[in-house]
Design a binder for this molecule. Structure first.
Ligand code: ATP
Ligand code: MG
Length: 364
């Protein structure tokens, strides 16, 4: 799967951009603030339906314009299709496939690494939960609905705990959270188990170290052995937390409080890792995601790497390149001129330049 054509209008600082693309490596060069990240974010939105970093629609439309329009033509193993999205101020985004309103989401398999992905390693537990949930959402139909429903029930339960602590509905919502929560925890553990061997492999390869990374899903106060135990454990944990929940006015137990820890030699990398170690872990997580998607779907994914190559040393750059070169289409941005020795090895490399929101089909 790869993008054959991209067409953007009034997208951030890009007023108009139209380009035909092929497989291979696409290097996007340009000075700071020319629109390189904006371009990759557009690809990410077109493929995954969300942005790598949350933003309001007004921020996406070029300042002073009314609407933004993005479209892509995607080549599949057999055939192709076009997806468009129209963003208007104060309205829901309009998604179309082959010109018709999109009711069932077509998948475009894309994995991205953006500078803010360091937060998956360094940020609050919600960043790590989102990292899991967002990709499970691509892999498992109905996942997003369970997440949303869990969030709604949680919100209602919290309101009751605060405002109507004697309501019998609290128990009804508890039981709903137990059942939805069990599905969420099982799905996350399943996905993390799939990711783990890849995370370990990439961390080893990128760092050149022997020590193994141990990812672990950490629940708060309930067991994680099997489905009935998760259910029973959650129920039990709710019973034990009830008094404290009533006094604090919110729900203290459940997958919305869970955590994923990455340990090296028994130490949590989030707290004890060096910048380089954290970066290597963040990148390993994304490469693992790429490989699990490929493994479970049989599709090669589109890869977008924002501002990454320029920050890695020569050795890591080479190792990273050998990992991603087998994918169909890889976009990387850089402010430097890179010496792409891969060119000599016969890999298809195309260099584009972004300059004040305009794209030029050459190095400048
Ligand atoms: P760097 O190398 O520093 O990462 P970049 O090429 O990735 O730079 P972008 O992050 O893509 O740069 O941003 C380019 C410019 O787009 C920024 O100067 C930003 O202010 C501008 N911009 C962002 N949103 C809008 C918008 N809605 N309308 C117009 N310009 C915008
Ligand atoms: Mg950038």
């Amino acid at each position: 799967m790869y993008f054959r054509e991209i067409n953007l209008r009034n997208w951030r600082n890009i007023s108009q951009l139209k380009i035909k693309l092929e497989e291979g490596l696409i290097v996007i060069t340009g000075a700071n603030a020319q629109g390189k990240s904006n371009f990759l974010e557009a690809l990410y939105l077109l493929a995954r339906g969300t942005l790598p970093r949350p933003a309001r629609d007004e921020e996406l439309i070029t300042w002073g314009e009314e609407l933004a329009y993005l479209s892509c033509k995607v080549q599949e193993k057999v055939g192709d299709f076009t997806r468009e999205v129209i963003i208007r101020r104060g309205q829901a985004k309009e998604w179309r496939v082959n010109g018709r309103l999109e009711t069932r989401k077509r998948r475009i398999w894309l994995v991205g690494y953006f500078p803010q992905d360091m937060e998956i390693v360094e940020g609050s537990p919600s960043k790590r939960r989102d990292f899991l949930d967002q990709t499970i959402d691509l892999l498992r139909p109905g996942w997003g609905r369970v997440c949303r429903e869990y969030g709604e029930v949680l919100y209602r339960r919290n309101t009751l705990l605060r405002e109507k602590p004697h309501s019998e509905l609290i128990e009804v919502y508890t039981e709903k959270l137990v059942s939805l929560g069990t599905t969420l925890v099982r799905g996350r553990i399943w996905y993390l188990q799939n990711l783990t061997p890849f995370i370990q492999q990439f961390y080893r390869e990128l760092s050149g170290e022997e020590e193994e990374i141990q990812p672990r899903y950490q629940s708060r106060g309930y067991s994680l052995q099997n489905e009935s135990e998760i259910k029973d454990g959650l129920r039990q944990a709710f019973r034990e937390a009830k008094a404290e929940e009533l006094s604090r006015g919110f729900t203290l137990v459940g997958p919305h409080r869970d955590e994923v820890v990455f340990q090296k030699e028994g130490r949590d990398l989030r707290t004890f890792g060096s910048q380089g170690e954290k970066k290597t872990l963040a990148l390993s997580l994304k490469l693992a995601e790429m490989n699990v998607v490929k493994l479970l779907t049989g599709e090669k994914v589109i890869v977008v790497l924002d501002d990454l190559f320029s920050e890695l040393d020569e050795k890591r750059r080479k190792r990273l390149w050998s990992e991603i070169v087998s994918q169909n289409q890889v976009f990387v941005t850089t402010t430097e001129k890179l010496e792409w020795e891969e060119r000599e090895k016969g890999a298809k490399v195309r260099i584009l330049t972004l300059d004040r929101g305009k794209i030029y089909p050459e190095e400048r």
